[in-house]
Design a protein around this ligand. Structure first.
Ligand code: HEC
Ligand code: HEC
Ligand code: HEC
Ligand code: HEC
Length: 209
């Protein structure tokens, strides 16, 4: 080793400390970013409401009439004009590609199988089944063999089903980060449940063909 290399080695601890500080700062920043932004109720692959329709046709039919099912549409130009003006959004602007709106007006944005764009993933636009019940990648398979309530509760939940979806699930989107609600926004779960999700039907706990 030449004496020059030795000199370099002597300054290196300082560089390592600097690197460490940078890494810690970057990790902290990323963690902060992910906490600050939208967090979905579940991990896993999204499969779309079409995958639920066959076995839950009534819930599907009823859900498709809700405003949440169609909530992607309000991002289009010249839709909900008065509402947008009230909160200072440009009613003529196209928000269908705006990453600040998409997490709450689509399902699984930025996640596996989730919304990418209206051209690529039209079935993931709006607030779909999986926005409330969790990504179906694993539990839909399990549903094919469910026999009995106890089994449903145990196996389906273990596979990521969110049932029943309570307050915290709704608050992923129903919170003050929406431009349409003020800091004093109160989300009344029991009232909202009556108004917005879908009609509820008796479960039969029988595998369907
Ligand atoms: C944090 C989630 C969230 C984000 C981000 C968000 N929204 Fe929304 N938006 C909501 C919720 C929830 C409502 C319904 C509020 C209610 O009824 O309590 C709503 C309502 C609306 C409405 C009114 C719908 C109607 O029927 O009149 C429009 C329009 C709208 N949002 C557009 C946007 C646009 C444009 C953006 C991006 C600039 C955006 N939103 C970002 C959650 C969000
Ligand atoms: C992925 C985001 C998201 C989740 C999760 C979510 N919502 Fe919403 N919700 C919205 C958006 C966006 C709107 C505005 C739809 C519009 O007007 O276009 C809305 C609107 C509503 C409305 C008004 C619709 C109407 O017909 O009056 C009700 C009620 C509602 N949500 C209840 C709930 C409940 C209850 C939950 C939880 C079980 C929930 N939401 C979960 C995004 C979400
Ligand atoms: C905005 C949230 C939300 C969306 C979107 C949603 N659900 Fe639900 N779902 C609920 C809630 C909340 C309950 C439980 C209500 C309770 O019993 O407390 C429920 C209950 C159910 C049940 C149990 C039986 C029943 O009818 O109550 C089934 C099955 C179901 N949902 C399937 C679906 C399917 C399929 C879709 C899409 C086509 C869907 N859900 C979309 C919130 C949602
Ligand atoms: C192959 C048929 C099948 C498919 C596909 C399917 N389910 Fe189910 N699901 C069932 C069966 C069977 C049950 C047990 C209750 C019953 O018999 O009605 C069930 C129960 C549920 C329950 C109530 C859970 C409980 O603990 O009782 C919810 C919520 C639900 N499904 C949502 C969904 C959603 C959301 C999708 C799509 C992502 C979906 N299901 C796809 C067959 C299916």
């Amino acid at each position: 080793m030449s004496s020059e290399t030795l000199e370099e080695l002597k300054v290196s601890p300082g560089i390592w400390v600097l690197c460490l500080v940078l890494v810690v700062a970057l990790t902290g920043f990323l963690a902060y970013r992910s906490l600050g932004s939208y967090q979905h109720a579940s991990k896993g692959k999204f499969v779309s409401s079409k995958a639920c329709q066959k076995c839950h046709p009534k819930q599907y039919e009823s859900w498709s009439q809700t405003r949440m099912a169609r909530s992607f549409e309000v991002l289009r130009p010249n839709v909900s004009v008065e509402e947008k003006k009230l909160v200072g959004l440009d009613p003529e602007a196209d928000y269908t590609r705006d990453s600040t709106c998409l997490p709450c007006h689509t399902t699984g944005y930025g996640m596996t199988g989730g919304f990418v764009s209206i051209e690529k993933t039209p079935e993931m636009a709006g607030v779909t089944c999986e926005a409330c019940h969790g990504a179906g990648g694993m539990y839909v398979e399990q549903m094919k063999s469910v026999r009995g309530k106890a089994m449903a509760e145990k196996t389906l939940k273990a596979a990521g089903l969110v049932y029943p979806p309570r307050d915290p699930v709704c608050r992923h989107c129903h919170n003050e980060k929406s431009p349409f609600v003020g800091m004093d926004y109160v989300f009344d779960y029991s009232e909202r449940l009556k108004a917005g999700t879908h009609q509820h039907y008796e479960l039969i706990y029988q595998p369907r063909n």
